[in-house]
Design a protein around this ligand. Structure first.
Ligand code: HEM
Length: 491
């Protein structure tokens, strides 16, 4: 009897201690209201029932405010679309870590590299890799960008007069080849898994699995993952995507140091191998770094080109304006060389691209985590170990900063005078602060150049309506239904 009383008393004691330790979170719930969801599951079920539609987050924010507090499973999460709060977070040295669930979900699939590393390792690695994104290195990629976009344009020619086609798989193949050539210095064309599309399918499966890991943190438990069949899926697909990267590294490592210098000496692979030879990176770290970079580069640039094509197909007047600018810059259709100077002069295309990145950002939400209490400018303190959702998608549509027509496609949002008036953190497709996208300049060069060639050569159309686009939360942007496109040659 005494033992039972003792156990009950101990239980009550630990329960109160648990609640006491989380008192800051309960205080936060009152300061920043949000949907609470179910015990242990939080809003995970509601989210799943709603098919992870991003509009659900907008509904929460319209109801509770631009910064909300909620629970994903047992994990406390603060989500914001408020540029002032975003500035507090993105400039804080205590919010540099990605959330542990995202890190583990991604790291177990493609290794722990720059995308997933946490402090203090991240800071060292970022400094080690920054030289691979210097202007000179990016300029040395221009021949690759020109060559690969030429291949894509030729492929699109086969779609002319063929009715509406799903072009996303071909665009992903273009962005993947480009990413492999620039970051790994290798052509993937002859790899069997690339040829038979297994590689690209495995990447999409892995991106889906990373998302599940973030939304349902319980799935990271090995036993639960095995029970759900996720573990088998992860191992199988991770093997497929890591193999080509591993083969290239092994081949490069076999070359002597003198023979290994390629025409582009500071590419990611060369830098990683130098760091390996000087003892600063292990073999595993070289592999992870390369896999992280390839995924970060190809998925986002591919999606951006595709989203721009979709939006311009839906808004032909804006497409014609982009075409007029391109026709002036490149009077003859077919293949032409695009230089850095050409890119700088294409101002209208810039506006179109920015408007696309605003309405359909390839990374819709970036999960961070506090390592200490973080005071915000509105007086609220985010406690240590809280996950923060940098809601890029909702920030870009926040009516308080983009006006009542925030949902409308309008490249004039990026006229210089309109940019000047806007909060600098209202547009953050590449995030901002110390841990922004390391590849943002690479991305803009590659995407703009490719769009210039596509839009100069083809008039793109679609029967899909802008109002029918449904955005689904994923590690990278997902559309519930892929609009199909048709092509007509331009002269
Ligand atoms: C339009 C294309 C791109 C978009 C919209 C984009 C967006 C982003 C965003 C939002 C982040 C921050 C995520 C976070 O804070 O959690 C990020 C990080 C990153 N991006 Fe990009 N990205 C693009 C292209 C690229 C390219 C081309 C590369 C490489 C060649 C790249 C490499 C990376 C890496 C390595 C990180 C992690 C940086 C770090 O944590 O230090 N990205 N990107």
């Amino acid at each position: 009897m005494l033992t039972i009383h003792f156990l009950i008393a101990a239980g009550i004691f630990f329960w109160f201690r648990f609640l006491w330790n989380r008192r800051c979170l309960y205080k936060l719930m009152f300061q920043l209201p949000g949907p609470m969801g179910l015990p242990l599951l939080g809003i995970a079920i509601e989210y799943t029932i709603n098919k992870r539609k991003m509009s659900l987050r907008a509904q929460y924010m319209d109801k509770y405010g631009s910064t909300i507090f909620s629970w994903l499973g047992p994990v406390p999460i603060l989500v914001t679309r408020d540029p002032t709060i975003l500035k507090d977070i993105l400039t804080s040295s205590d919010c540099l870590n990605k959330s542990l669930h995202m890190v583990n979900g991604m790291g177990t699939c493609i290794g722990f590299g720059l995308v997933t590393l946490r402090e203090p390792k991240w800071d060292i690695r970022r400094k080690q890799l920054n030289p691979t994104f210097k202007h000179g290195v990016l300029l040395s990629f221009m021949p690759v960008f020109n060559d690969e976009s030429k291949t894509l344009v030729s492929l699109l020619d086969t779609f002319v007069g063929q009715g509406e086609k799903d072009v996303l798989p071909d665009i992903h193949r273009w962005s993947f080849r480009t990413a492999m050539k620039t970051t790994m210095g290798s052509d993937i064309q002859e790899d069997q898994t690339f040829k038979d599309d297994k590689l690209m399918e495995s990447y999409q499966t892995i991106i889906g699995l990373i998302t599940v890991n973030v939304i349902f943190p319980l799935v990271q438990n090995k036993f639960i993952a095995k029970l759900c069949g996720y573990e088998k899926k992860r191992l199988k697909n991770a093997l497929v995507i890591n193999k080509p990267v591993e083969n290239i590294i092994d081949k490069k490592l076999k070359c002597t140091e003198e023979n290994s210098t390629s025409s582009i000496s500071n590419t990611l692979i060369n830098r990683a191998i130098d760091l390996f030879r000087s003892g600063d990176l292990s073999y595993e770290e070289v592999k992870s770094e390369c896999s992280n970079m390839v995924l970060a580069a190809f998925e986002t640039t591919g999606l951006t080109v595709w989203h721009t094509m979709i939006l311009l197909a839906m808004f032909p007047d804006y497409q014609d304006m982009a075409f007029e600018e391109l026709k002036k810059a490149f009077p003859t259709n077919g293949d032409f060389e695009v230089t850095e100077e050409d890119l700088q002069n294409l101002e209208y295309l810039d506006r179109v691209l920015n408007e696309t990145l605003r309405l359909i950002p390839p990374i819709p939400i970036a999960p961070r985590e506090t390592i200490r209490d973080v005071p915000l400018s509105n007086g609220v303190v985010i406690p240590k170990d809280v996950v923060i959702g940098i809601d890029i998608f909702s920030t870009h549509r926040n009516p308080d900063f983009w006006g009542s027509e925030a949902e409308k496609f309008n490249p004039d949002n990026f006229l210089p005078e309109n940019i000047l008036e806007r909060h600098p953190y209202a547009f953050i497709p590449f995030s901002r602060g110390k841990r922004n996208c390391i590849g943002w300049k690479y991305a803009l060069m590659s995407v703009k150049l490719t769009l210039a060639k596509i839009l100069r050569n083809y008039k793109i159309g679609t029967s899909f309506r802008y109002e029918d686009l449904v955005f689904v939360d994923n590690t990278a942007m997902k559309l519930a239904q892929s609009p199909k496109l048709h092509f007509q040659r331009r002269t």
